[in-house]
Design a binder for this molecule. Structure first.
Ligand code: SF4
Ligand code: SF4
Ligand SMILES: [Zn+2]
Length: 140
């Protein structure tokens, strides 16, 4: 089984918004970092990484930046590694090395509910489609 999360849901910092609790839940949803539409939580609208202008002209991901990985990104990466066993810089490095298309192929096999095939939330390991909870280690 695999999920069908589109690449537009990969944020500049390496977060996959398609497995974010704010994206998956029913109430007060966020549409994803790259979608320029309301509704969005305030902390995402004000995100300093999303709104950073240090990236090379026209490029999307932080690894194109001369300062990569800056302290802010390293801090977010550390939070995700500690709390959710996932390295955002690991995601970014995979995209940099293998390309976004290949990353999505793999990413869509990583966060799959074994019961129904929908995405599993990284923040609570829950499937918002069938309610199943999965104990799963990270993508690294
Ligand atoms: S809350 Fe942040 S990480 Fe989650 S879907 Fe929105 S932009 Fe993405
Ligand atoms: S890595 Fe570069 S583009 Fe990304 S948040 Fe840091 S300074 Fe900004
Ligand atoms: Zn499920």
């Amino acid at each position: 089984m695999q999920t069908n999360i589109p690449s537009i849901l990969i944020a500049p910092c390496g977060i996959n918004c398609g497995i974010c609790i704010s994206y998956l839940r029913d109430n007060n949803r966020c549409v994803g970092c790259n979608i320029e539409l309301p509704p969005k939580p305030k902390h995402c609208l004000n995100c300093k990484i999303k709104n950073c202008f240090e990236r090379t002209n026209g490029s999307h991901f932080c690894f194109t930046c001369k300062k990569y990985p800056c302290a802010r990104l390293r801090q977010l990466d550390k939070r995700y590694r500690t709390k959710y066993s996932l390295s955002l810089m690991g995601n970014l490095n995979e995209i940099m090395n293998s390309g976004l298309g290949r990353f999505m192929e793999i990413e869509n096999t990583r966060w799959v509910c074994p019961i129904c095939g929908s995405p599993i939330c990284i923040h609570n390991r829950k499937c918002y489609h069938c309610g199943g909870v999965t104990i799963k280690s990270s993508s690294g």
